[in-house]
Design a protein around this ligand. Structure first.
Ligand code: ARG
Length: 572
């Protein structure tokens, strides 16, 4: 089958080459959905300017080249091409898509894609920003895998640094068992605060903590054992959240900051030997060109502090080498807060200077916008603490359960549906807005069953399933043929043909919200179709065709939601 926008792009490019010369054969024909036709091509406007000819004339010549074409082409206004596809073409493509197990998704040359996501810090509460990174990163991982890419998940945990001296000493003080219980229960913030209070008020504790940093860095076996006790309990809590969230991350994907310790010295030595890093105020720094501070002075990327310690940037430089050389990444996505944009730009620039980041690989910061409370500030609890994620997810499920309480489900079914709806709502809310925009965390809007929400998408899917259940029809046995009589049938079929292109775009641009928008539009067009075109009450070929459209819609919604990582309950 062929996606209409891809078909149109190719055809208009051929027409461009035929009318104006082969040098135009890969110009972007600017195909867009249109209010007045199915699509419009806007290329004549810009091309006219370049050729110093009236765009309308250019458009007319293009239209003439599109003679043998599965639709009609009209020149409109100052030089737009309005394109309306033939019903028979749309029906044939929809029929082909029905027979395509990939539902129109086109797998390209497989790539190795490293995705750095989630990455909470061990000594602090995992916050909603990490939640959003986790959800968006997981959707990207699933989408790339669906496209045939090899995905290498990297959970770059904050598991190293000077605070760990104090955290390990606190563990010694309260006892391993008590510490593990507290950390596994997600009380990491209280644990950290208790350690901090002692550090600030108790000189002997402070001295012990400092000494512990030294033994940690020199990898004293007992200290490393204690650090593992601390980390394992912390990871057990993270895993609880990942399970609740139904994300694909596992412990095998953990590649925390500590992983890169053995290579940090080498990073500094290599950069210094190459003359890329220089000592400035006692610290070893790289000054990538083009970065200046507020005082117009070159901005340093510090890779070794004056006390000899390494930092976040050094670790990330080592991680870049590892991802390029060992993991053989073609692409590496960093799904991390937008507030770290400067850090990544500088680290990528430094790696390029060192020749560690060849032009053949693409390293990209997928910026995550801040999640805000209703007050427009960073999302916190009423008492000003960062929100505990496991309670937040529990609350989502409770609210979902209350929202469906009057539907008469058995208690087991109600809790199963509430789980899917609550978690799905939180995830969908993170995914449906562009990843770099800020948004306000609002349970009431998330759990709603109308609008572009998880609940609406789940409901739309369950409703189509019930058509097959009520009609006693096996959805896998449906095979058309697709006939397009009513305008609602045609609009739905045309929409469904866009699935493959949207999946490719999500992967290429790292923008899962495009898939949400597509699925929402699909569900809306299905609603209109379902109101206007009886399915089970129709007969013969019309019934067969309508069942085929239902089956295609169901598969599109189910596949789309599974790529987003949004669970779909069987019934709702
Ligand atoms: N732990 C960091 C944070 O919470 C995110 C790490 C992102 N990944 C990376 N390679 N720097 O801010």
């Amino acid at each position: 089958m062929t996606d209409p926008q891809i078909m149109l792009t190719e055809r208009v490019q051929q027409a461009l080459a035929a009318a104006f010369g082969p040098e135009h054969s890969d110009a972007d024909p600017l195909i867009r959905p249109s209010q007045f036709a199915d699509f419009q091509a806007n290329v004549a406007m810009s091309l006219g300017k370049r050729l110093r000819r009236a765009p309308r004339e250019v458009a007319t010549e293009l239209a003439a080249q599109l003679a043998d074409f599965p639709g009609t082409v009209e020149v409109s206004g100052p030089g737009f091409l309005n394109i309306t596809l033939d019903d028979s073409w749309i029906a044939a493509q929809a029929q082909a898509q029905l027979g395509d197990p990939l539902n129109g998704v086109v797998q390209g040359e497989p790539q190795r894609v490293v995705i750095d996501y989630s990455a909470p810090n061990a000594a602090k509460e995992m916050h909603v920003g990490h939640l959003r990174s986790t959800v968006v990163g997981d959707a990207l991982a699933r989408t790339h895998e669906h496209l045939g890419d090899t995905v290498i998940r990297q959970n770059h945990l904050g598991d190293w640094g000077t605070p760990f001296g104090m955290l390990v000493e606190h563990l010694v003080d309260i006892g391993e068992q008590a510490a593990v219980a507290q950390l596994e229960a997600g009380q990491g913030t209280a644990y950290y605060q208790a350690a901090r209070v002692k550090f600030d008020s108790d000189e002997t504790f402070k001295a012990r903590s400092r000494a512990r940093v030294t033994t940690l860095q020199s990898e004293d076996p007992e200290t490393i054992r204690l650090w593992h006790v601390f980390m394992n309990a912390t990871i057990a809590y993270f895993d609880k959240i990942y399970t609740q969230l139904q994300v694909t991350l596992t412990d095998a994907d953990i590649a925390g900051e500590s992983k890169y310790n053995p290579w940090l010295e080498q990073v500094c030595d290599d950069l210094e030997a190459a003359g890329i890093a220089v000592i400035s105020d006692g610290a070893l720094c790289v000054f990538p060109p083009g970065f200046t501070g507020s005082d117009d002075q070159p901005l340093p990327l510090i890779i070794r502090k004056s006390d000899g310690g390494y930092g976040y940037a050094t670790t990330d430089l080592a991680a870049i080498r590892y991802r390029v050389d060992e993991l053989k990444a073609d692409r590496s996505l960093y799904v991390v807060g937008a507030d770290q944009a400067l850090h990544f730009r500088m680290v990528f620039a430094a790696a390029k200077m060192a020749g560690w980041l060849p032009d053949s690989v693409s390293f990209e910061h997928v910026q995550i916008g801040m999640v805000q409370g209703k007050d427009g500030k960073r999302f916190k609890t009423r008492s000003g603490e960062s929100v505990k994620l496991s309670s937040l997810l529990d609350e989502a499920v409770e609210r979902a359960s209350a929202a469906i309480a009057d539907r008469g489900y058995s208690p087991e079914l109600q809790s199963e549906i509430a789980q899917a709806v609550g978690i799905g709502a939180v995830k969908y809310a993170d995914l449906s807005v562009s990843h770099d925009s800020e948004y306000i965390f609002d349970f009431d809007r998330m759990i709603a069953f109308t609008g572009n929400t998880g609940g609406y998408m789940q409901y739309a899917t369950a409703r189509i399933r019930s058509i097959f259940r009520n009609g006693g029809v096996d959805v896998d046995a449906v095979n058309g043929p697709v006939l397009l009589g009513e305008s609602a049938e045609r609009a739905l079929a045309l929409q469904l043909l866009g699935f493959g292109a949207v999946i490719s775009q999500v992967a290429e641009l790292s923008e899962p919200h495009r898939l949400c928008a597509f699925l929402y539009e699909t569900a809306s067009l299905f609603s209109t179709f379902y109101e206007e075109c009886p399915v089970l009450k129709s007969e013969g070929l019309i019934k067969a065709s309508r069942l085929a459209l239902c089956a295609l819609t169901l598969r599109t919604l189910e596949t789309g939601l599974s790529l987003l990582g949004v669970p779909v309950p069987e019934r709702m």
